[in-house]
Ligand binder design. Structure first.
Ligand SMILES: NC(=O)c1ccc[n+]([C@@H]2O[C@H](COP(=O)([O-])OP(=O)(O)OC[C@H]3O[C@@H](n4cnc5c(N)ncnc54)[C@H](OP(=O)(O)O)[C@@H]3O)[C@@H](O)[C@H]2O)c1
Length: 292
């Protein structure tokens, strides 16, 4: 089966690519980062380019992992965020529909306002920031054009990034530990942090069982604050926990508003996909093993 993986230079895209099985022939695209695995340059904001690549490759499935995911950057560059996250998604689903390919799309915990966790697949979306708004708009486009698409809402991910990629909670704090820098970490933002390897596992499982037309919440096992995350990270990677300074989010008053608790209920992922959420310790250990 041929798969077009758009955004193969993302944290998630690289993991999806590297965890594939021989059942799939993957053709991968990049945008600005050149990469050995992604051979085709594609700007998803260009509908003509998108249509041409989709038509030329003619995949059975399009996996779309491209996005502008930095919440603060999106808030300050709303036009660009809308162009990539909303219009880019529209370009991809329209092109995929033309060749009757199936589609896999990724949304986020940022579509929720944090007031009534844990969130399941039927919870009401109400984003607090512009990034979340673009993802709600993109979800609507995907489900309207393509009711048979799979939509994954992912909780905050961690895993090894490429040096040119943006940091995630684990790589940012590990970098601070390596420089012996005191690091303020918030005690009042809660997630069930998701190891990127588990997100990729859920994607392959959903494709394998043909879970088309469904939404899945994918997340780790425990609902923990970012500070609790950082402390576990210090323990697993044998770093100096004393460098962590617990603060509340008022400390970062200049940052874009974020929901305080967007933990997910993971029953559907467990029941339908047969994927058991990893504890934070298990996820961090899996990450550690990749570099030892
Ligand atoms: N990371 C998280 O914690 C998290 C949480 C929830 C949901 N998600 C969602 O999961 C998906 C993957 O996220 P991620 O964090 O793995 O992504 P990421 O590491 O931030 O990478 C973003 C990707 O988008 C590509 N891209 C940006 N602008 C583009 C354009 N105009 N045309 C084509 N490609 C473009 C980048 O390509 P180049 O690098 O080649 O420029 C890169 O491959 C996204 O839909 C994101 O919203 C992520």
């Amino acid at each position: 089966m041929k798969i077009l993986l758009i955004g193969a230079t993302s944290l998630l895209g690289r993991k999806i690519y590297s965890s594939t099985t021989s059942n799939y022939d993957i053709v991968a695209t990049y945008h600005t980062q050149t990469s050995d695995l992604a051979k085709i340059k594609l700007d998803i904001t260009n509908p003509i380019q998108v249509r041409k690549v989709v038509k030329d490759i003619h995949p059975q499935i399009v996996i779309h992992t491209s996005s502008l995911g930095d919440i603060d950057y999106c808030e300050n560059h709303q036009k660009e965020a809308k162009q990539i996250n909303v219009e880019g998604t529209r370009n991809i689903v329209q092109a995929a529909k033309l060749i009757r390919a199936k589609c896999v799309f990724f949304s986020t915990n940022a579509v929720f306002d944090g007031k009534s966790p844990p969130y399941n697949e039927r919870s009401q979306m109400h984003p607090l920031n512009y990034y979340g708004k673009t993802k709600v708009a993109a979800e609507k486009i995907v489900s309207t054009y393509f009711p048979q698409a799979i939509i994954f809402r992912l909780n905050t991910m961690y895993g090894w990034n490429d040096s040119r990629e943006r940091n995630n909670p684990a790589t940012w704090i590990l970098d601070r530990f390596s420089k012996k820098l005191p690091t303020p970490v918030v005690t009042d933002i809660y997630n069930n942090h998701l190891w990127v390897g588990q997100a990729a596992q859920a994607v392959w499982k959903a494709i394998e069982i043909g879970a088309w037309g469904q939404i899945f919440h994918i997340a780790g096992k425990e609902c923990l604050s970012r500070y609790q995350f950082a402390c576990e990270l210090a323990r697993v990677f044998h770093c100096n926990e004393k460098l962590l300074k617990p603060v509340t989010s008022n400390y970062f008053a200049q940052l874009t508003p974020r929901a305080h608790n967007t933990c997910f209920a993971t029953q559907k992922m467990e029941r339908v996909l047969g994927v058991s959420p990893l504890s934070l310790k298990q996820g961090l250990q899996a990450m550690k093993v990749e570099r030892t």
